[in-house]
Write a protein of this length. Structure first.
Length: 79
């Protein structure tokens, strides 16, 4: 706390303990958000190369195509 303002630091233990400090803010929650935003900004280039997240919507999941009798026989033969 600096006077009537707050500053937070985010430490990423999963990335060699790198730390990111946020801006001075009027409350602790905003200071924490600011520090987290600094960490996100630092990794924005790497995050941009990641594939999109998989959908958790069950309606969008791939449905299994039923096996044909021939595929069932081949599967049983392999076991």
């Amino acid at each position: 706390k600096f006077g009537n303002q707050y500053q937070a630091i985010v430490k990423l233990n999963c990335i060699q303990g790198q730390e990111y400090a946020g801006h001075l803010c009027l409350n602790q929650k905003e200071a924490e958000k600011s520090a987290a935003q600094q960490a996100v900004l630092a990794f924005a280039p790497q995050m941009a190369t990641l594939p999109p997240p998989l959908s958790k919507d069950p309606a969008k999941k791939k449905k299994k195509v039923p096996l044909t009798p021939q595929q069932i026989a081949e599967k049983k033969a392999r076991q």
